[in-house]
Design a protein around this ligand. Sequence first.
Ligand code: S3P
Length: 450
Amino acid sequence: MTAHSPSTHAGLTAEPSRPLGGTIRVPGDKSISHRALIFGALAVGETRIRGLLEGEDVLATAETMRRLGARVMRHEDGTWSVFGVGVGGLQEPAVPLDFGNSGTGARLVMGLVAGHPVTATFIGDASLSRRPMGRVIDPLTQMGAHFHAREGGRMPLTLTGARRALPIVYRSPVASAQVKSAILLAGLNAPGVTTVIEPVPTRDHTERMLRAFGAHIETRQGKDGLEISLTGEPELTPCPIAVPGDPSSAAFPVVAALLVPGSDIVVQGITLNPHRAGLYTTLKEMGGDIEIMNQREEGGEPVADLRVRHSRLKGIDVPPARAASMIDEYPVLAVAAAFADGETRMMGIHELRVKESDRIAATASGLRANGVKVHESEDGMVVEGRSGAVAGGGHVATHMDHRIAMSFLVMGFAAEKPVTVDDASMIATSFPDFTGLMRGLGASLVGQTQ
Ligand code: S3P
């Protein structure tokens, strides 16, 4: 299902916009959507999912669950059903599993397969094939899985799961919810308790959903970090899942509304899980007028509506300890910082170099192409704000990265001259209706096929 070939690159230009206004919902959370399909495939019986993100990344995971033996179907009303096979019940796929652009799908399913005695080949697009898999290969090998990977632990790779997985205690060297989740997924089919120790807490959707499906999982503060312990071989019982709106997708209309003078918008129903809400805390510290309304709990996640009005922003020092809670939001934060008064320092974000693209390099060159000064270091960047007057007019290389594409389109709505991204096709991986939604708010986007 790798949908993109270099010949289908579609450029897109964002033009200076009139004030944005209106009320929108953004698509379902990507992290929760992947997990709903995966845990649904491991439960016995039907898991019903409402609000699933129908982006390419998640659709690739849905297809993978079918290849591994689960029945996955979309109903006419837009809800989805997964009929699971039970922990230990996966079948060997007849063809390679194609994850497209999705590191989350690939790494989580590696954990899943590692706990089953089956062999599977993992493939993906050029961006995914460059990303490091050693971070999951190491612990999953300790649990008894065997990998044949390309040089440097890259995909394509073939994985044979353990006949009898070993529960391990693993101190993760990287702050990564994907690594934590891969180990816990393998630990589901291991006899005994699997423990992951996180140096820095990361998003906890896996833990929340496993608990909702009836697994025994405990979290406590240890001396080396947060310890997450899962008791293996549970019977997972399906429970209905309502996927909340994705705060990482909401980031784009929210920043656009802060930057375009006169804007006033409402984004409804996004999760403000504390492990995901770092951008919103940061934007408020910068002076962003963001009102959090109707706070509630939905499907085990804290949810709220946000009212966002155009604001004059000031540069700040973003605490490195906040990085994990806004790891995907730095490119769009850098765009906000370009319009602020003074400097914004973002440090402790080395992980950005191994996302869908090297996001520090891609963001820095996009800023420069639009007349913004930025100082780049190995693990961070400092953006020199231009007090509302960003020249724009640049042509930005997106490097197969949806978030780079959307971030610079947001810049184009508020800059003096239009901003063009070379390839908008990747936006479909996480936010299929980005263009329609932004146009609905009043933004101007002009397509160009190259
Ligand atoms: C994700 C975790 C993050 C994030 C990614 C989704 C997840 O990656 O960047 O978009 O769903 O677990 P890391 O855990 O590798 O930082």
